[in-house]
Write a protein that binds this ligand. Structure first.
Ligand SMILES: NC(=O)c1ccc[n+]([C@@H]2O[C@H](COP(=O)([O-])OP(=O)(O)OC[C@H]3O[C@@H](n4cnc5c(N)ncnc54)[C@H](O)[C@@H]3O)[C@@H](O)[C@H]2O)c1
Length: 250
């Protein structure tokens, strides 16, 4: 039985908390989130800032923001594994190297949620034979915090720059970069289109002796997160927590 804590309790966090309550085999130890509205029934302590006596768990789910992750990781990785949703934070090498060093020192683990994208395991397996990786994302301007009235290519460059420019919007790009060629060699294109209601991503991969295209669309349901991601995050949690299933994909 693992104690699970939450850093952040928005759309993704609430879905995961409900999922854990239904599973009922791993207790929720705490939730750290400011201005908690009480819009989900919790039996655990809720704190607005890190509290050393309260924020103890075997696994802490980060589902807040990249900035919050960068501010809080050092409190958690000293004694907890972390399941992380805000992957764009890893485009900051200083943060990433410090986080990896903390895990090495304290024997803790970082799990990266695949989030909105599928197939990262296969990309990770192919990373040594990849030559070219591009990602094109199309979102409604509202999902991007923009007000374009026409289809607009507003970013075309490295995934590292994309993550630094739009840290809350390009987690898929960060995930693909971390699985494959890294933040500098992966190419990102971001399009704002007022005529779409989906978040769509086309990923093109070319390597020695193979090529592949991944095309994923998720309906935008307000805010920045599509419908699929909270469900996929529950699957990531299940894989970490374990439990008997008739078969497993490896
Ligand atoms: N990996 C992916 O594919 C993917 C997809 C969608 C979203 N995300 C990322 O997951 C994260 C959560 O997404 P969401 O849709 O649930 O967001 P959300 O806006 O619904 O929730 C964010 C939560 O963070 C909390 N928060 C803000 N400041 C905090 C602080 N100082 N300490 C603790 N908590 C704080 C907020 O109160 C809120 O509960 C975001 O960073 C988002 O970019 C990743």
């Amino acid at each position: 039985m693992k104690q699970v804590g939450f850093l952040g309790c928005g759309k993704i966090g609430k879905t995961m908390i409900r999922h854990l309550k239904v599973r009922a085999d791993h207790p929720i130890a705490f939730v750290q989130t400011p201005n908690f509205k009480g819009d989900i029934n919790l039996d655990c302590p809720v704190v607005s800032t890190f509290d050393e006596d309260v924020c103890k768990a075997d696994l802490v789910v980060e589902c807040a923001t990249p900035d919050v992750l960068k501010q809080q990781y050092q409190y958690y990785l000293r004694r907890s594994d972390m399941l992380i949703l805000s992957l764009t934070a890893f485009s900051d090498d200083d943060f990433a190297n410090k986080a990896y060093a903390l895990c090495e020192k304290h024997g803790t683990n970082i799990y990266l949620a695949h989030g909105a994208i599928l197939g990262l395991d296969g990309i990770f397996d192919a990373r040594d034979i990849l030559n070219n990786v591009t990602i094109e994302t199309v979102k409604n301007p509202k999902s991007l915090g923009r007000s374009d009235t026409d289809r607009t290519v507003f970013f075309n460059g490295s995934t590292r720059e994309a993550c630094q420019l739009m840290p809350r919007n390009v987690n898929v790009h960060a995930a693909i970069a971390m699985a494959g060629l890294g933040f500098d060699k992966t190419h990102s294109k971001i399009i704002s289109d007022p005529n779409v209601s989906t978040n769509s991503h086309i990923i093109k991969l070319e390597g020695e002796g193979f090529s592949s295209t991944i095309d994923v669309s998720s309906f935008a349901t307000g805010g920045i997160t599509g419908k699929y991601t909270p469900i996929s995050a529950c699957g990531s949690l299940d894989r970490i927590l374990g439990g008997k299933t008739p078969y497993q994909f490896v």
